[in-house]
Design a binder for this molecule. Sequence first.
Ligand code: BES
Ligand code: MN
Ligand code: ZN
Length: 484
Amino acid sequence: MEISLTSTSLTDVKTECLVVGVPEGDSVEGTSAELDTLISDLIDSGDFKARSGSQMTLRNPQGLSAKRLVLLGVGKADSFDALAQNDAFVGLGKTLKGLPITEATLDLASLTRGDQGAQERLGYGLIWASYEYTTTKPKPTDDDAKVLGALTLIGSDSDQTHVTTGMTIGQGANVTRELGNLPGNTCTPRYLADQAVQLADRFSKLSCEVFDEDALEEIGMHCMLSVSHGSDEPARFIVLNYQGAKDADAKPKVLVGKGVTFDTGGISLKPSAAMDEMKFDMCGAATVMGCMQSICEMGLEANVIGVIAAVENMPSGRATKPGDVVKTLAGKTVEILNTDAEGRLVLCDALTYVERFNPEAVVDIATLTGACLIALGRHNTGLLSTDDQLADELYRIGRETGDPCWRLPIEAPYQKLLDSNFADMANIGGRDAGTITAACFLSRFTDKYRWAHLDIAGTAWFSGGKAKGASGRPVPLLVNWIRA
Ligand code: BES
Ligand code: MN
Ligand code: ZN
């Protein structure tokens, strides 16, 4: 998307489509008398209500040079929060995408009230809305179709910077969505590794190392390997290293993503209903990829490591069985009582591996437990941490960016639920507190650094029906955490 600035007035600006925000309650008093009259009339007649997210499109608006006018309700200042902004700006993006236009002009002052976060979310929402999955479902070709390729902003240089930043985060989220949406027969561990190598090829500050199964054997990541024993697709362990800090030795922030490219449950086979959605079980890995792209594009001055543990979880004659005991990279033994609790088995070895980076902090991202959906639904990502300060930080940034998470506890009494008669620990803790016992399991491998776990089982994708597809969450939360 090309972006430029203009200082032409709302009345005189020549554009295929002018977009203006309309606040609720206040009498309209903008910078254009013609526009004020037009909007006041629509509000007085009851045709337009300025509730946040409401929209109206007019052709040939009277008194203006613009060919079209899109009004976007921006509600009242205090209710137009980050969540409302995300919804409204994605809605706006969908409308613009549907119009036969190649360019549009946005009045930033009325759309964002001069708020930096709102400007970033505007950029984010427009890019989010521009994504469409076409890889295995191409669109019918229409040579006359007009594609929105340029935006003109009525605003300042810094406004433009903020909108562009939001777009860069949006592009990262779209990378995450595309990887998530790809079917399991395309997006395999080897595919993820190829994509990571290609990402690193595009940026000089980013490098990539890929470990195959022989290498994993050598390192001692037997717990991770036990998950892919049943699969014909070989596992891959991927390390992306972004060196952006002025001080090359600055401690890195580390992101660790669960990359189960398909989760059948293994020998503890899942029921068939909606099993297709287990292609999304690599959304933690996809989040790492999306974040790394955004971080590179933004050129953040930080050192960041992105790690992906990629496997496919399948039943077969070679698959790990309930009761099998495996040894982790940390040297502890695990009794695998349920092969469907595989995410923690790949993550624990990855969490031990990243000790070597002497991290400033580690956040893992995983579609880890169905129980998280039961506890928090599809609105909040599950947040679990042994570090109150890190947890508070992620919680706050989640609220501020409209990509929220909610904390659940990790406490000693829950740890007992993982006791095993035959190994240092079992990989499941029973029906109770499933999200917490999963995090308790992970916490045993994180003693060497500050750590938080994000359970994105409820937030990484929209389930079922027409909206089925990856959401791109929690890319905004994590990119904003990295730059904080
Ligand atoms: N990938 C699933 C978790 C999941 C299920 C996410 C449904 C989103 C929707 C994970 O590997 C899993 O199967 N977890 C089990 C753990 C249980 C066996 C302790 C679960 O949640 O049922
Ligand atoms: Mn599973
Ligand atoms: Zn899984």
